[in-house]
Design a binder for this molecule. Structure first.
Ligand code: ATP
Length: 481
């Protein structure tokens, strides 16, 4: 018998679902309030949660990440009358089992309940989960926690993993974490930097060669791939790989064997491939510079590492830890950090991501000399200049917005309240979109909106998350919407 929690504010639907769950031989608890539901799951374990989205006090999607991450990791089925593609996309991204639209057939709901509970049973019969070794990965943001979950999933299998993300986001660090958490951890983690392979020797370096295979091949030599036998092979910057080598690598992945340069036999080899890139491999496939069949092979699981500017809550965590480590390396006392210094770190965009942050901290600590606390003047000068310039631009934009604040008066007449409110909301969203760098996480953090509320507002004003510039809000008393 499973324990099912029903969260729906409609008493009729709630009763219907309660009867269905009972008739299926399971126990239920239910609530019509989102907040009560949240405290119930904190007190008791549930196997399955049937979650409505549209509550008078908020949207079920807002609590979905918290539900999925509960220690009992319940399955969640969304049952909603306000179903739309964006909502479904968000729900699936956070790991909901399914998304059912009202009105629904009871058979449909019962089918999904059976499937979700069957899956859960199989899942709980598996070996107890081991604690993930984070391997120096710092960060507690939602997006990093999701990447760590992907690491745990990947590590439990032998499937190929593709890690994508901008430079310095930690692709190599995450690749190592997959290796360290896998059954291959006792064997080698071998790195191939595809961007640094000399063109003429690449095949021999990767696959090895036989004695006399080419001029200068005085002895047989094992290749890098064979060195990873039993372990993990990390292909960094796989997008740089020559097309001829792509073909040979694909064959090795398919056949679990390789042929050395000048060799006659296929030699068995057993490794797990983790590849990384900051290039758009789909685009490269489109341009015929990367093989589609190889991309299909290497993208068994894809882990997309978010840029640091989309998870600014991680900046202080990384900074404090790195300041400690750098201090220890320089043989110095750990330096304190002033609020102003940290504020600048949080505000900066970090195009070079964590690597750049570490460099800036190293520079600042060296600059600080014996000073016990890091303050803005210890930063490399061009960072301060850049922020100074950006702040000035922000101020100019604020001026442009406040200059139009008087827009509730047009042609000497007071605007309608509804029009004024609509336009103010729209202006705010424009400013928010220009600040959030295309990230809904940033937008929600800056504004305090929940995710679903944010998307609802974008839809209402026909806006999209793509980066836009702030256009000064027009006066609105005479406009039609
Ligand atoms: N989440 C993190 N916590 C702590 N350190 C991190 C984190 N992410 C990255 N780093 C550190 O940042 C530096 C760059 O990381 P890494 O080399 O893994 O990035 P990358 O994405 O592989 O970069 P590139 O694409 O340029 O090769 C390393 O010193 C790494 O230890």
């Amino acid at each position: 018998m499973a324990r099912v929690l029903i969260l729906d504010d409609d008493p009729n639907i709630q009763r219907l679902l309660e009867e269905l769950v009972l008739s299926m031989g399971h126990a239920y608890a239910s609530s019509r309030k989102l907040a009560d539901g949240l405290s119930m799951v904190k007190q008791d374990d549930y196997d399955l949660i049937l979650l409505d989205l549209d509550f008078p006090t908020g949207n079920g999607l807002d609590i979905l990440p918290e539900l999925i991450r509960l220690p009992s990791s319940p399955e969640v089925i969304i049952i909603t009358g306000i179903g739309n593609t964006t909502g479904a996309e968000i729900a699936f991204k956070f790991g909901a089992w399914d998304y059912i639209r009202k009105p629904f057939l009871l058979e449909e709901v019962s089918f999904h309940i059976t499937r979700a509970l069957k899956y859960r049973k199989e899942k709980t019969n598996l070996k107890p989960p081991v604690v993930l070794k984070r391997q120096h990965i710092i960060g507690e943001s939602e997006s990093i926690l999701m990447c760590l979950e992907d690491i745990a999933k990947s590590a439990a299998t032998d499937i190929s993993v593709l890690i994508t993300g901008e430079t310095g986001t930690g692709k190599e660090l995450f690749a190592r974490a997959i290796h360290q958490n896998s059954h291959r951890s006792e064997k080698e983690f071998v790195i191939v930097d595809c961007g640094a392979l000399p063109e003429t020797l690449v095949e021999s370096i990767l696959f090895g060669h036989e004695k006399g295979a080419f001029t200068g091949a005085d002895n047989r030599k094992e290749g890098i791939i064979a060195q990873a036998d039993g372990g993990t092979l990390f292909f960094d910057e796989i997008g740089e790989l020559d097309p001829m080598i792509q073909k040979k690598l694909l064959r090795t992945l398919q056949e679990h064997s390789l042929r050395t340069v000048g060799g006659r036999k296929e030699l068995p080899v057993d490794f797990r491939l983790v590849a990384a890139t900051n290039r758009d491999l789909d685009e490269m496939v489109h341009e015929n510079t990367f093989r589609e069949d190889l991309l299909f092979r290497i993208r068994g699981i894809e882990i997309r590492l978010p840029p640091l500017r989309q998870r600014t809550e991680d900046v202080p965590l990384i900074a404090f830890k790195k300041i400690q480590q750098i201090g220890a390396r320089f043989g110095l006392e750990t330096k304190g950090v002033s609020a102003e210094f940290m504020e600048i770190l949080r505000k900066y965009d970090w195009p070079g991501n964590v690597r750049e942050l570490i460099h800036v901290l190293e520079h600042s600590i060296a600059n600080a000399g014996p000073d016990p606390t890091l303050v803005p003047k210890h930063l490399p000068p061009h960072y301060r200049t850049m922020l100074f310039e950006r702040d000035n631009t922000d101020l100019a934009e604020c001026d442009a917005i406040s200059a139009t604040d008087a827009c509730f008066i047009t042609d000497g007449k007071l605007a309608r309240w509804a029009d004024y409110r609509f336009q103010t909301e729209k202006s705010y969203l424009h400013a928010l979109l220009s600040e959030c760098n295309g990230s809904w996480e940033n937008a929600c953090r800056l504004s305090g909106f929940g995710k679903s509320r944010f998307y609802e507002l974008l839809k209402k004003h026909n806006l999209s998350l793509e980066k836009q510039s702030v256009s000064p809000p027009a006066c609105f008393a005479s406009q039609n919407y």
